[in-house]
Design a protein around this ligand. Structure first.
Ligand SMILES: Cc1cc2nc3c(=O)[nH]c(=O)nc-3n(C[C@H](O)[C@H](O)[C@H](O)COP(=O)(O)OP(=O)(O)OC[C@H]3O[C@@H](n4cnc5c(N)ncnc54)[C@H](O)[C@@H]3O)c2cc1C
Length: 386
């Protein structure tokens, strides 16, 4: 949709073929058991400059996002409000604070480019960041941003995330939490923008082969997920490894609250819980997020929901049983963000065929922003050459 909007804004007639009933792909609204839910709780950060720019371009009001400064608040009482809290939090031993400053100075001195890509846990070990900060800040940040366990995740991509968020310009590390469903957040307003500019978005329209499209249209951007690439471009698709993201929705009576839009859990299954009342107005609905691989992949959905409830119950006094629960398991949520991942280019051997998607960016983890940037890149290349 980022590619389509970029082309439409430049007056190019564009047709989008989307196999699903709603646009949005891995960040979309789903209807399940008669209820509308997001396929997974998403979080944006202030550093998502291109996505935020396109949202503005297609007319999404700023009220669609709840912006809040970096605030890591945990159920066990640990809290880190803003990057400066690294230095002032009484919960972080002085030795670690000194090491954290050295860690940042060392990354900054190298312009956040590591001499060799290693795992995030090896990087944290090197800089003695595996204590309280590792537990509450670096490791959770790695899992949330790279969706890959620190033992496997790319330290280089992690360093880039730190550069653009915590060490970025003012507001870059702000959290932006959607206040509307994910399809309304960008893909649907983007579709309306494309239609207004003479283009068309065809939902329920899977593309089965590219040759006919290449004949019919001047240029084609293949913006499918990495696991869907093989069906269209079998020769091109490398064998990626994937990481899951599970979201467990628990509906409680309307009076149940988390005491803030999000709450961290540092032990157990749940990593972050989101209070949908504070975001979308869905009172009593809590979304528990479990990113990356883990033992939960062997559990039944009922067991996952029961475990999430038990962990919430330990944090929220007198929490009643949920009225209903729903686990949405995205088994291939993103490619694993590991060192030396073989990145495809957005250009292919055909001069009118381009790729776009979150898996294409060599610097960024597979996120909404990476997907948007690659779409803009492919669209710009088309307008330059056609
Ligand atoms: C549960 C979950 C939570 C996440 N949380 C975050 C988060 O908090 N922050 C963040 O930044 N990122 C998050 N991500 C990652 C983010 O959702 C993805 O990086 C992003 O949506 C990828 O966009 P994309 O356009 O590259 O691919 P996709 O979203 O996969 O889009 C590909 C589209 O192509 C369509 N398609 C496939 N094959 C065909 C075909 N043959 N014909 C027509 N259409 C086809 C699909 O239906 C789909 O709509 C999360 C992902 C998941 C699954």
């Amino acid at each position: 949709m980022a590619a389509a909007v970029t082309l439409a804004a430049k007056g190019m007639p564009v047709t989008v073929f989307e196999s699903g009933p709603v646009p949005g792909g891995r960040a979309r609204r789903v209807t399940t058991d008669g209820r509308e839910l997001d396929n997974g709780q998403h979080i944006l950060i202030g550093a998502y400059t291109e996505l935020l720019r396109l949202m503005q371009l297609v007319g999404v009001p700023s009220s669609a996002l709840l912006r809040m400064p970096l605030d890591l608040r945990y159920a066990d009482g640990f809290r880190l409000r803003g990057a400066l809290d690294l230095l002032f939090s009484g919960r972080i031993p002085f030795r670690e604070q000194v090491d954290a400053v050295r860690f940042f100075i060392s990354l900054k001195a190298k312009s956040f480019k590591l001499p060799e890509d290693i795992s995030v846990s090896a990087l944290l070990e090197q800089h003695r960041q595996n204590g309280v900060l590792g537990h509450y800040v670096w490791r959770p940040l790695c899992v949330s941003a790279l969706n890959t366990p620190p033992e496997q995740a790319s330290a280089q991509v992690f360093a880039t995330v730190l550069r653009d968020s915590i060490a970025g310009p003012s507001g870059a590390s702000d959290f932006l939490l959607p206040r509307v469903d994910l399809s309304r957040l960008f893909p649907e307003p983007a579709s309306e923008f494309v239609a207004k500019h003479g283009g068309e978005v065809r939902t329920n329209s899977p593309v089965r082969e590219l040759a006919a499209l290449q004949k019919e249209f001047g240029a084609v951007i293949v913006a499918v997920g990495p696991h869907q690439l093989k069906a269209l471009l079998p020769d091109l698709a490398p064998a990626y490894e994937y990481q899951p993201i599970y979201t467990c929705y628990l509906q409680y009576p309307e009076s149940v609250q988390l005491g803030g839009p999000m709450l961290g859990f540092s032990e157990g299954l749940v990593q972050w819980a989101f209070d949908r009342a504070a975001l979308t107005g869905e009172r009593g609905l809590i979304a528990c997020v479990i990113s990356a691989q883990g033992d939960h992949q062997q559990m039944t959905q009922e067991d996952i929901a029961a475990t999430c409830h038990a962990e919430l119950k330990a944090a929220i006094r007198e929490l009643p049983e949920p009225q209903w629960s729903r686990v949405i398991a995205e088994k291939r949520a993103t490619v694993a963000c590991v060192p030396k991942i073989k990145n495809l280019q957005f250009r292919t051997n055909h001069k009118s065929l381009f790729l776009a998607g979150d898996y294409l960016d060599a610097d960024y983890p597979p996120t909404l922003e990476a997907a948007v940037r690659s779409g803009i890149l492919a669209a710009n290349r088309i307008t330059e050459t056609h």
